[in-house]
Write a protein that binds this ligand. Sequence first.
Ligand SMILES: [Zn+2]
Length: 261
Amino acid sequence: MMEIFDTHLHLSEELDNDELARRAAEAGVKYLLVCGGSATDSVRAQEFAERSIHTFFAAGVHPHEAEGFDGDCGVFRRLAESRRFCAVGEIGIDTYYGFSGVERQEQTLRIMLKLALEFSVPAILHCRSAEGTSDAYEICYRLLSDFAADGGTFVVHCFAGTAEWMRKFADLGAYFGVGGMLTFKRSDNIREVVMQMPEDRILLETDAPYLAPVPFRGKPNVPEYLPLVAYKLAELKALPAAAVAEQTTANAFRLFRRAVR
Ligand SMILES: [Zn+2]
């Protein structure tokens, strides 16, 4: 059976998360990284992660939550002491929805990237631009250039940018999260970019409960669906699924190395 790593999911509000983790493990999704989008959400992620040895968590302030963040990092410093803590995230810039003002988002992202350096853990980035622009990529790239120069490592989760942006981020050492969109009928652009990603930088992720892969598209996503993404990637690369599983899990452990302490 394959052993894959869901490097980006959120806890379900409706379903029993322990049950979801059990079903994921049965489907070969052995490792889970739960992302926090606010202080409260990050505490929930920690509580969940500490219940299983194969479950890890990230803590951070999502760009949608930037407006409500007062800059107090005390809770994040406490969470960073957990043995299951392995990244700062989900953080980033989102001008597509723009739920928080962009200056506020940038200010929050700077604080979060500083924390990642302080804790010596990678950052998990969400980067989505307003329709027809690349404004979020430009801001993230500017901040991540400084972050990488200071020794920071990161993954751009659910990467849906152009090949050119992919290469620019890859030059900063970026990893890329690949999920359910890879299976969508109209995602030829994403498939093309994924085929050009360096093989040692690809991570699998569900982003559950969002972006369920085909044939579950439109339904709530759950980590046990992740093998569908691995199979799709294997098909595109004409590789055995086991090879894709092995490579992407190794990539995840290389990036989140604190997770194997
Ligand atoms: Zn997410």
